[in-house]
Design a protein around this ligand. Structure first.
Ligand SMILES: [Zn+2]
Ligand SMILES: [Zn+2]
Length: 269
């Protein structure tokens, strides 16, 4: 299994010299096996996903906050009449997946609708925590995150490898943490929401985001092999994140298996 981080940023894209290392594009991840490719989230990072050869491309959306959806209308695959784009998203705030996407991709916010693109698009309702989805040799499991309006945590399995993608999740609820520990048990890789420092988190409780320290706790409890942080606050520049990385190296003995993900990073399991 190969995972490419196509966008690490949360809330809103950023650009410029201060963001060259970790990147400014918002949430998007490409997961590939030898026969299959699947995308999680359609933030501006999806613009980096190019040249997929397969005809059917599944896109799993965690939730429709704008940083997870705003790149969708610029996705290369939508402009190709030979592609089938299969979008999965849970019903949120009483809105069907299609309605959520149409809120963004329709007048007056955008000049056309998702159905107007050349590709054949199917929008499917994801039942969170329901039966697993199967895409070729990738199995997808889901659980509900703790996030305003809801968000989906995904576990992707192929062969004997497991990736758990925890973005837009707050770690405050003990019961939810227990559930997440068993969901992520012995994962080969956990990607984890590192939007806030501990000090920032104290001022943003209830915003639905987490900290590197909570990610490390999860890694330890779930006995996961590798932990990579994602979903950075726009204010966290390269030098800010490098300092965070340094301080984690000093504090944790297992820090070689912990890192801050960057845009364009490829992780092979
Ligand atoms: Zn987000
Ligand atoms: Zn969100």
């Amino acid at each position: 299994m190969k995972l490419t981080i196509c966008g690490t940023r949360g809330s809103i894209p950023v650009f410029g010299k201060e963001y060259e290392k970790y990147g400014g594009s918002t949430s998007c991840y490409l997961i590939e096996t030898s026969s299959m490719a699947l995308i999680v989230d359609a933030g501006t990072g999806i613009i980096n996903v190019k040249g997929l050869s397969q005809q059917n491309i599944p896109i799993l959306i965690t939730h429709s906050h704008i940083d997870h959806l705003i790149g969708l209308m610029s996705f290369e695959g939508l402009k190709d009449a030979h592609k089938n784009i299969d979008i999965y998203l849970a019903k949120r705030e009483g809105l069907s997946p299609k309605k959520q996407i149409e809120k963004l991709i329709s007048n007056p916010l955008w000049p056309c609708r998702i159905d107007d693109y050349p590709a054949k698009v199917a929008i499917n309702e994801l039942k969170v925590s329901g039966k697993e989805l199967v895409f070729g040799d990738i199995k997808v499991f889901s659980m509900e995150a703790d996030h305003p309006g809801g968000s989906t945590i995904y576990r992707l399995e192929s062969g004997n490898k497991k990736i758990v993608l925890v973005t837009d999740h707050e770690h405050r609820d003990e019961q939810k943490t227990k559930e997440l520990v068993s969901f992520a048990k012995e994962a080969d890789l956990i990607l984890y929401d590192a939007q806030y420092t501990q000090e920032e988190y104290e001022r943003h409780k209830g915003y639905g985001h987490s900290t590197p320290e909570a990610g490390i706790k999860l890694k330890e409890m779930a006995e996961a092999k590798k932990l990579v942080f994602i979903h950075y606050l726009p204010a966290h520049t390269d030098s800010f994140i490098k300092d965070q990385e340094e301080s984690i190296k000093k504090q944790y003995s297992e820090s070689k298996d912990i890192s801050f993900g960057y845009e364009g990073e490829v992780i092979t399991l």
